[in-house]
Design a protein around this ligand. Sequence first.
Ligand code: UD1
Length: 370
Amino acid sequence: MANLRLACVVGARPNFMKMAPLLRALDAYPSIEAVLIHTGQHYDQNLSDVFFEELGMKRPEVSLDVGSGQHGEQTARVLERFEDVLRRGTPGGKRYDLVVVVGDVNSTMAATLAAAKLGVKVAHVEAGLRSFDRTMPEEINRVVTDAIADILLVSEPSGVENLRREGHAEDRIHLVGNIMIDTLVWLLPRAKARDTHQQYGLQPGRYGLVTLHRPANVDTPEILSRLLEVLIDTSRELPLVFPIHPRTKKRIEQFDLSQRLASAEGIVQLPPLGYLDFLALSSQAKVIVTDSGGLQEESTVLGIPCLTARPNTERPVTVDQGTSTLVGNDPVKLRKCLDEVIQNSYKKGSCPPLWDGMAAKRTATVLAGA
Ligand code: UD1
């Protein structure tokens, strides 16, 4: 009989690789019932379903189907619908003891707020990360979530410092390491065995991988076209593969950049990929150009140069210790770093402590004691 009932909340693509290893680790505790709740912030097959299949994750017991919308709209829908879920209790009608949220998407913050108002404790996996840039929606989500969460599970040392500075009690802060890396460690052999790069005419170690989706990079025509021009130019020397996020695809069309991009023979445009195909490409790339948070971390573990198209990062260990360099949306800086990579003079990095594939076990141990 379960004596600890958890509502485990996922909403958007980067949440799935963090929740999957935790659910597996929780399976080792017969006294814990973990109910999986999908808010539906991401709903496309290739942004959601494919991850459940590839990560071996059970189907959600509860779906909130909130879909896309303005921030207020989307957040409000999660708040309203998740509050209802908490009021109804588990599928067996019992009260939830703890809500587990991961990452920094709108669903993370909204679920935390709903739980805190109902007096249900919250554990936040990936707590304490700060970019100190309040123009980023994720930064607001991180600050609000941590302010009202009860158990703060941290992936890198800067997160501990940030939480201490914000006055969080020491006994709430747990440095458990990077849970998303558990998924990478688990699936890397399977990903590397795939022939994904061959399918797109690429040779291991001889192509760059690009992802861009942050509003700050893709929502303004001048910025997006400036970044694309550097990529188009680089692709004459180094082929690039570019899985395009739906937000970015919309903007490229809206800003009339589709033809220009299609004219670059060295750029392979793809739809968003599943976890295994993506890892097959990222793990064998010569360089990664991205504005994704997760990819900054994955490239550090893989030892692959990562040129991060952001002016700041909430994951400073990937720059100080890892393989990432912040290039903002400055075309000169980006091009300079790409040249260093092509000439093999780019810096080397090392793997941060506790990014070892065992973070989910450490997280489950903390939760079991809640
Ligand atoms: C969200 C997260 C971001 C995360 C990213 C990963 C927030 C504030 N942002 O950004 O932190 O890095 O997910 O992908 O939570 N769309 C689809 N299909 C879908 C989902 C969305 O086509 O399944 C389109 C819709 O047009 C939508 C747009 O993508 O308006 C943006 O989706 P949204 O969830 O609002 O934000 P993301 O940019 O995906």
